[in-house]
Design a protein around this ligand. Structure first.
Ligand code: ZN
Length: 321
């Protein structure tokens, strides 16, 4: 099965029955999720969106693995595409100011702190912290990116869930994890690593989609664009996040619902372009791809419609002292 530049097979997809956060097996179903890439064929069953009866986390029964994502991103990069969208300054400066406020309340910020960004991408966010000692985690080194310039600490290559982070135990004052929580296969292992690398009183800043947001509930959670995206696996809300963090000694000290950090600006130009592309694609996918080629763009499916709703959650948690 081909998805963009990636060949999906049973090896890089997975069937998941138990809750990836608390491990329990009692679940209920929100219904079937549209299968954009044919994952259900490998397992002979539809993709259901399940909800853990114990902790409330929602997860897809059939997902791609981290290896599939690594191949997908490096394929995009090899084609010369931007893997990570540049951030909108408005959105990230708001998030940065919230984090700074909490750093000032918790630490002596006149001296440099140690900061880790999980999923550094092209470094737009971590570079705002360059007066501190900055580290990053990424699935692999992306060609063409200068990590030595981006980070004054180190790049740690690997997956948060499987990395041995013992050398960084109790090291970081701040860990930021944006647009990553929806990609975990083993949320429990990821949480354990986050709790491990934070020093006592250290802060964790998280942004991910919010299952309880208006946009998620509007047409049913299984129909939310965020759930339909093939590489999104987990869907959090305030309650499931609090539980998972508490299990690793972290307490939520700030929570708000907001638009995606990069998506606070709404542009009619983008909306029109989107409607045009989507319509063309529905009429003739051949014509759509031909147009994309003519425009010198790589052949990608038109993005799913999204509006600048407050459909993300932003939380800051503190590790117990
Ligand atoms: Zn659970």
């Amino acid at each position: 099965m081909k998805y963009e530049n990636l060949t999906l097979d049973r090896q890089n997809t997975r069937l998941q029955h138990n809750c990836p956060s608390c491990g329990k097996s009692e679940t209920s179903s929100f219904g079937e999720v549209r299968d954009l890439v044919g994952l259900s064929a490998f397992f002979g069953r539809p993709i259901r969106l399940l909800r853990c009866n114990s902790c409330g986390l929602a997860f897809k029964e059939i997902t791609t693995t981290a290896e599939a994502e690594r191949q997908l991103y490096s394929g995009w990069k090899a084609q010369g595409q931007d893997v990570y969208l540049p951030s909108q300054p408005d959105g990230i400066s708001y998030v940065k100011s919230l984090i700074d406020k909490h750093l000032n309340q918790n630490f002596q910020t006149s001296s440099a702190l140690s900061v880790l960004d999980v999923g550094v991408g092209e470094g737009y966010f971590i570079q705002m912290f360059s007066r501190h000692q900055t580290y990053g985690i990424e699935l692999e080194r992306m060609p063409g990116l200068d990590y030595e310039k981006m980070l004054n600490g180190q790049l740690i290559v690997g997956q948060l869930e499987t990395l041995d982070l013992t050398p960084y135990k109790g090291f970081f004052h701040l860990v930021t994890v944006f647009d990553v929580f929806e990609h975990f296969l083993d949320a429990r292992a990821a949480m354990a690593n986050l709790g491990k690398v934070l020093r006592p009183g250290g802060l964790l800043a998280i942004e991910t989609g919010d299952m309880d947001s208006f946009a998620a509930r509007l047409w049913g959670r299984n129909r939310w664009w965020y759930v339909i995206l093939p590489v999104h696996k987990l869907f959090w809300n305030k309650a499931s996040l609090k539980k998972a963090l508490a299990a690793e000694g972290m307490e939520v000290i700030h929570f708000e619902r907001k638009a995606h950090k990069d998506g606070t600006k709404f542009s009619y130009k983008h909306l029109l372009a989107h409607v045009f592309k989507k319509t063309l694609y529905l009429i003739s996918s051949k014509a759509y791809f031909a147009l994309m080629r003519r425009l010198g763009k790589t052949e990608r499916l038109p993005e799913l419609a999204r509006f600048p709703w407050k459909d993300h959650l932003f939380a800051i948690a503190r590790k117990s002292k």
